[in-house]
Design a protein around this ligand. Structure first.
Ligand code: NAI
Length: 250
């Protein structure tokens, strides 16, 4: 039976852990050739090995490295069909407007927002040449609602990802390139576990607001990414795709 992503070439950033890792597994199971990008050599290489793909070690804030990772994907597999721009970091400790320092603010914008700008900038020309492509940028539910968790630099970075995805989705629609923003609710990954370890009561406070009454598993987010990557979502672009257990609808 033909699989949904048969023959498609996908580059995933942050593929060594959490949502990126679950998506690498899901894409491979759906037939894609997967390029796993991560700053962390050990986890990135492990992920690539597991899914039978290629590992490229890159820092997504480094312009030359981002450009090179897409060139490497095309060199190895012949095209670039899917870019899942997903690498990101959690908020700094006590990320309140009153306490977050300028350096911490800039670091979060660099890794969470500027990286997506760079990934889109260098993925799109490959997709223009092919006349098709699907880009999924990881934002967050905090891009669409105030979450009152004092994570100002993080929320601002994700709002930027959402606005940029909509803008680019509209701009490149007529060239066959679909660009959507993925907005997960809280997902059980090392990123979230790290936040809860610093503030154990945060988990309980957060759970109260999730109608489904639990955190997502990374595989549930990966299923949504596979949908956005595939032709099953062929009439969707510039979309805000919430996979959040109902948190933004409550
Ligand atoms: P994670 O911490 O499990 O995985 C993130 C991966 O990105 C790691 O493998 C890390 O090495 C890599 N990475 C970090 N900085 C990098 C850089 N400069 N260059 C290359 N790779 C880098 O995190 P998780 O939870 O899987 O998060 C993935 C994305 O989903 C992030 O953008 C995050 O902000 C977003 N998100 C996560 C939610 C959650 O509750 N876990 C909720 C909403 C959005």
């Amino acid at each position: 039976m033909t699989k949904r992503l048969d023959g498609r070439v996908a580059v995933i950033t942050g593929a060594g852990s959490g949502i990126g890792l679950a998506t690498a597994r899901r894409f491979a199971a759906e037939g894609a050739k997967v390029v796993c990008v991560d700053l962390d050599e050990e986890t990135g290489a492990k992920a690539a090995n597991e899914v039978g793909g290629l590992f490229v070690q890159a820092d997504v804030t480094d312009e030359a490295a981002v450009r090179a990772m897409y060139e490497r994907a095309v060199e190895e597999y012949g095209s670039l069909d899917i870019a899942f721009n997903n690498a990101g970091i959690s908020p700094p400790d006590d990320d309140s407007i009153l306490t977050t320092g300028l350096e911490a603010w800039k670091r979060v914008q660099d890794v969470n927002l500027t990286s997506v700008y760079l990934c889109c900038k260098y993925a799109i020309p490959h997709m223009q040449r092919q006349g098709r492509g699907s880009i999924i940028n990881t934002a967050s539910f905090v891009a669409v609602m105030g979450a009152a968790t004092s994570q100002i630099s993080y929320s601002a970075s994700k709002g930027g990802v959402l606005a940029m995805s909509r803008e680019l989705g509209v701009q490149f629609a007529r060239e066959g390139i679909r660009i959507n923003a993925l907005c997960p609710g809280p997902v059980n990954t090392p990123l979230l576990q790290e936040l809860f370890a610093k503030d154990p009561e945060r988990a309980a406070r957060r759970l109260v607001h999730i109608p489904l009454g639990r955190f997502a598993e990374p595989e549930e987010i990966a299923a949504a990414v596979a949908f956005l990557a595939s032709d099953d979502s062929s009439f969707m672009t510039a979309n805000t795709f919430l996979v959040d257990g109902g948190i933004s609808g409550a």
